[in-house]
Design a protein around this ligand. Structure first.
Ligand code: MF3
Ligand code: CO
Length: 251
């Protein structure tokens, strides 16, 4: 069941996501060679709590941290660790969730640690472009799977592949609401988008093949072929006037 939000509720979700993006910027400025992923997690947790928010991932189905920190071949859900130090040339997915006044914000970026190889930078750029292209489809009357078709076309057009096993989602008072937001087509299917629906859109793009393997920790998802993967995510509201990327200004 899709839950539509009132304008007042969307305003709260915008504030939750604003705190989240502020947190991601803090983490980005601290993410340098030699810093541990646990230190980034500590910075995020402290900032969210200092502003009256709550980390949404911490304790979710037993997840042990505020951030997911996913380096290089890790696609998503990497667990921060004091023994994992960032290295020059790494790419690091940072995914964060914030609960504020009863609503959840969910967003992610992939960061370059120092100078990264050109192909890694291209993977990051194309994945962000996939998200930005997808956002344009978040408008009334558009069909749900048009989002995934756009993401797949752009990623594969660049010679990359999209992950099938993990998807985006509706979001509101719960982190995961209907509908599932696939990162692949075909388009023209699924429900029509309606004002008040909020979608967490999160393309996961692999440099090599699309296959995923899961670590024994039950969380860490990595590429089967060991090649790089990138991930970007926004929480986006459908409005009469088109997409509203929550927490980053705009419409
Ligand atoms: N953005 C991810 C998701 O929507 C983050 C969840 S991590 C978890 O599924 F630990 F909270 F599950
Ligand atoms: Co999400």
């Amino acid at each position: 069941m899709m839950i539509l939000k009132t304008p007042e509720e969307l305003a709260i979700m915008d504030r939750a996501n604003a705190l989240l993006h502020e947190t991601l910027r803090l983490v980005a400025s601290a993410a340098k060679p030699g810093v541990s992923t646990k230190e980034l997690d500590r910075i995020a947790e402290e900032h969210i709590c200092s502003r009256g928010g709550k980390p949404a991932f911490l304790g979710y189905r037993g997840y042990p941290a505020t951030l997911c920190t996913s380096a290089n071949d890790v696609i998503v859900h990497g667990i921060p660790s004091p023994s994992q130090l960032l290295r020059e040339g790494d790419i690091l997915g940072v995914d964060c969730g914030v609960i504020l006044d009863g609503f959840v914000g969910d967003a992610a970026v992939t960061l370059a640690i120092g100078e990264v190889p050109a192909e890694a930078a291209r993977l990051m750029r194309v994945t962000k472009e996939c998200l930005d292209l997808a956002v344009d489809f978040v408008r009334p009357g558009q069909r749900l799977t048009d989002i995934g078709e756009t993401i797949q076309a752009h990623a594969e057009g660049a010679g990359f592949s999209v992950v099938r096993e993990l998807v985006g989602h509706g979001i509101g008072r719960a982190m995961h609401e209907d509908p599932q937001v696939f990162n692949y087509g075909p388009g023209g299917r699924g429900p029509e988008l309606r004002p008040g629906l909020v979608l967490a859109i999160e393309p996961m793009v692999n440099a090599g093949k699309a296959g995923v393997s899961f670590d024994d920790d039950g969380w860490t998802a990595r590429t089967e072929d060991g090649k790089l993967s990138a991930h970007f995510e926004y929480s986006v509201a459908v409005t009469e006037n088109g997409p509203w990327v929550l927490g980053v200004g705009g419409r």
